[in-house]
Design a protein around this ligand. Structure first.
Ligand SMILES: NC(=O)C1=CN([C@@H]2O[C@H](COP(=O)(O)OP(=O)(O)OC[C@H]3O[C@@H](n4cnc5c(N)ncnc54)[C@H](OP(=O)(O)O)[C@@H]3O)[C@@H](O)[C@H]2O)C=CC1
Ligand SMILES: Nc1nc(=O)c2c([nH]1)NC[C@@H]1CN(c3ccc(C(=O)N[C@@H](CCC(=O)O)C(=O)O)cc3)C=[N+]21
Length: 283
């Protein structure tokens, strides 16, 4: 299979954002992203560092608020409220997962929908479902951009999404539907999953299991988007798809690393720019 270059596409998207940010700054508007990180999760530390770097590349101001693991839910909600009403903050996100003593649902619901650059709040999810303008969740939006970059039409294709989480699988299915693909969603209760997956012209794997998708499950010529980020015992990153095993098949695949993760970050920059423009009546 041929690789779809997420690094190149992410660089292109960020360059476009940077050019628009520069123009906005000329009009006196400075986009800013605030990331709230609670606790010491090592993966989250890495992701948050990546986001700050992307902001710098795009000319977007960024602020990371690091709160200790002992932070109470009430304290976190109070910090969110401060950013919601701070006009210099364009986009606000709370890095997941949160420590167990904090209710994730309550926290997400506290974020102002106009600053919800993750697209996780019920208001944005609802807008997505009914096809209104909204902040698209970054990972599924990045997957669509990677698929479109292949130049292959998505319309009418049979798409299979592996996984039904609120942040990846479910919104992914909605975005593919919007592209006029015929969409099936698989999960842990799906019967005879390999035979469903074999039907896919477009396969999006987001279940969080290292190399779960084996070559026998993949149709010849398929477009495969590998969302999985699994750290192996060797310390390396592995996708949900056995990419080396697909070497001799026709089709295209996004690599891990170098695929969806980078596009997730690029789409966050797109959303932060969009938030800033809207808050200044420029969109
Ligand atoms: N590249 C990126 O930017 C991002 C990558 N990720 C990665 O994507 C992966 C998925 O993340 P996320 O959606 O948050 O994960 P969740 O754990 O929230 O969801 C996993 C989904 O996969 C399903 N599933 C689990 N095991 C099986 C199985 N054996 N057979 C069929 N279905 C199964 C679950 O089914 P059920 O609902 O029935 O339990 C669930 O719907 C992870 O590796 C994560 O690290 C996530 C976000 C961003
Ligand atoms: N509120 C919130 N929003 C998120 O968007 C969010 C989150 N919480 N929690 C965790 C997941 C995961 N996620 C990734 C982001 C970048 C890479 C990424 O840059 N990956 C690189 C490799 C990074 C590495 O080498 O470790 C790549 O795939 O090439 C991966 C995964 C965002 N998430």
């Amino acid at each position: 299979m041929e690789r779809i270059d997420g690094k190149a596409l992410a660089a292109k998207v960020k360059a476009q954002v940077a050019a628009e940010v520069e123009a906005l700054r000329g009009q006196g508007v400075v986009p800013k992203l605030t990331v709230i990180l609670v606790g010491e999760d090592p993966a989250s530390q890495v992701y948050v560092g990546g986001k700050a770097k992307d902001c710098a590349q795009c000319g977007i101001d960024s602020e990371v608020l690091r709160l200790p693991d002992s932070t109470t839910e009430a304290q976190l909600l109070a910090e969110i409220a401060v950013r919601n009403s701070d006009p210099t903050v364009s986009g606000l996100l709370v890095q997941l997962p949160l420590p167990r003593h904090i209710n994730e649902k309550k926290v997400i619901e506290a974020i102002s929908p106009e600053k919800d650059v993750d697209g996780f709040t019920p208001v944005n999810v609802g807008r997505l479902v009914i096809g209104e303008d909204c902040f698209l969740p970054c990972t599924p939006a990045g997957c669509i951009e990677l698929l479109k970059a292949t130049g292959e039409p998505l319309e009418g294709k049979r798409a299979v999404v592996l996984g039904r989480s609120n942040i990846v699988g479910k919104p992914m299915a909605l975005l593919l539907l919007r592209e006029n693909a015929t969409v099936t969603v698989c999960h842990s209760r799906t019967r005879d999953l390999p035979s469903v997956v074999r039907e896919a012209d477009i396969l999006v794997a987001a279940i969080g299991k290292k190399r779960f998708v084996t070559p026998d499950m993949v149709k010849e010529g398929a477009l495969v988007v590998d969302v999985g980020i699994n750290r192996g015992e060797d310390g390396k990153l592995y996708g949900d798809v056995d990419e080396p095993g697909l070497a001799d098949k026709a089709g295209r695949i996004t690599p891990v690393p170098g695929g969806v993760g980078l596009m997730t970050r690029a789409m966050l920059m797109v959303n932060t720019l969009k938030a800033a423009k809207r808050q200044h009546g420029l969109d």
